[in-house]
Write a protein that binds this ligand. Structure first.
Ligand code: GLV
Ligand code: MN
Ligand code: MN
Length: 436
């Protein structure tokens, strides 16, 4: 492949011109849109029938989905293995001995999730590998396609399990996390075929991954509103989560006078309302209490215990720190007022990550070669790229989410838009192959 063309410079000879046209012609043929759409539909059919399109990690549906994906990866020419952190890793050699270019995403979903979140990144990545082999594009770098384990929050409270493991951020404390229904995360990982003890041995170091690219649905409304199919991503918001435990006292709902109650749910409700006021008062950030468990959860018992998970997100770490501080102050005030302690324990804390400046340029160029109107956007959603970005240059490409809906079975992206995303990903890989 001619270097001059890849850098976007004018061709300098007839030979270069000819090669350029051959490669451009090949890239324009990527992907096979029907095969791509069929793959996404196949994976969507492997779901919890009670709750489409759910594939929670560590469940039979997740494992069946992975089996199917492994077949696709192998059909594309990748050599596939499960790493210690439970990631499904496919490898294809390059022309030179270099660290790999990595493409990846996830196939697990939230409960009641959609068909596209994560899925299009890994199926699209595999499609690129298959197309490269079909049209004879042979990169200098090896290619690694990774389906990361459990990107979404697990029942253990930990998210991005596999990508954390790959970069050395899956600490023993996180592996020890449990909940009432589940053994520790480490056991679930072992059952799945991973190896918690060996996770530290397999941690990738800076320099081990030449560059990481992930294509994903936007999960927000901008591309859909603008009617534009592609965006290059500038950075990914950080996410800080706390478990909030409110220990009141269970008591009889018929005989306990109102003034004597130590009702954990009432205090939790206060906390939720006050948190939302704080989130609304801050700019360039969002916050959510998305998890609430009460005990004993009976109609005739004053709730004795409430456990919440609160998260705050921003691309600016200073804003996350300020919200954190304001939430703690407010929790202390409510606890004092009600005489019921509110404990806030750190759960996870993923710092905001900037995309690598070279990869912002590459993904922008790749998107604009695919559609000249392509935008450049930050990501409000978290991704495996957040973790990989702590040790390697990362870049992302977005395609639209209809009406900005995601984490919902109504999540939708047109096949034609996903196909453009895959072509932009292919172009970005070709450019990154030259740059890194
Ligand atoms: C992942 O989807 C996240 O943003 O939480
Ligand atoms: Mn998600
Ligand atoms: Mn995702």
């Amino acid at each position: 492949m001619p270097r001059a063309w890849r850098r976007g410079k004018p061709p300098i000879s007839g030979w270069v011109q000819e090669q350029t046209e051959i490669v451009e012609d090949s890239l324009r043929k990527i992907p096979d849109t029907e095969r791509l759409a069929a793959g996404i539909a196949s994976l969507a059919s492997i779901t919890d029938p009670e709750q489409p399109y759910t594939r929670r990690p560590f469940t039979e549906f997740f494992q069946k989905g992975r089996q199917w994906l492994q077949g696709e990866m192998e059909a594309a020419g990748l050599k596939v293995r499960l790493d210690a952190a439970g990631n499904l890793v496919g490898w294809q050699a390059g022309r030179e001995t270099l660290p790999p270019l990595m493409i990846g995403s996830h196939t697990d979903t939230v409960a009641g999730g959609g068909r596209f979140d994560g899925v299009i990144g890994i199926i699209g990545g595999v499609e690129v590998v298959r197309c490269f082999n079909e049209v004879g594009i042979n990169l200098r770098h090896p290619l690694e396609g990774v389906e990361f384990l459990a990107e979404e929050p697990t029942d253990f409270g930990v998210s991005t399990v596999g990508s954390r493991g790959m970069v050395g951020a899956l600490s023993p404390e996180l592996l020890d996390k449990t909940n009432e229904q589940r053994p520790p995360l480490s056991e679930a990982l072992t059952e799945l075929g991973g190896c918690p003890e060996k996770v530290p041995n397999e941690v990738r170091q800076r320099g081990d991954i030449a560059a990481y690219l992930e294509m994903h649905i936007e999960q927000g409304p901008i591309l859909d509103q603008e009617g534009i199919p592609l965006a290059a991503v500038t950075g990914i918001a950080g996410i800080r989560r706390f478990t909030v435990t409110i220990a009141g006292e269970p008591n009889h709902a018929g005989t306990t006078p109102m003034e004597l109650r130590r009702d954990a749910l009432v205090v939790a409700s206060r906390f939720v309302i006050e948190s939302e006021l704080i989130f609304r008062s801050e700019e360039d950030s969002v916050g959510t209490v998305g998890y609430l468990q009460i005990s004993p959860n009976m109609a005739n018992v004053v709730p004795g215990l409430a456990e919440l998970i609160v998260e705050m997100r921003s691309i600016d770490p200073g804003i996350i720190a300020r919200i954190d501080e304001r939430l703690r102050q407010k929790a202390a005030e409510i606890a004092e007022e009600r005489g019921i302690p509110i404990r806030m324990d750190p759960l996870t804390d993923a710092s905001p990550v900037q995309a690598d400046p070279r990869l912002i340029e590459i993904t922008t160029q790749a998107c604009r070669q695919t559609d000249p109107r392509a935008l450049v956007l930050p990501s409000g959603a978290g991704h495996d790229a957040t973790q990989v970005g702590t040790i390697a240059p990362i870049g992302m490409i977005f395609v639209p989410s209809r009406s900005g809906i995601s984490h919902n079975p109504a999540e939708w992206t047109d096949s034609e838009d996903i196909a453009l995303g895959v072509q932009a990903l292919a172009r970005a890989l070709v450019l990154a192959d030259e740059t890194f």
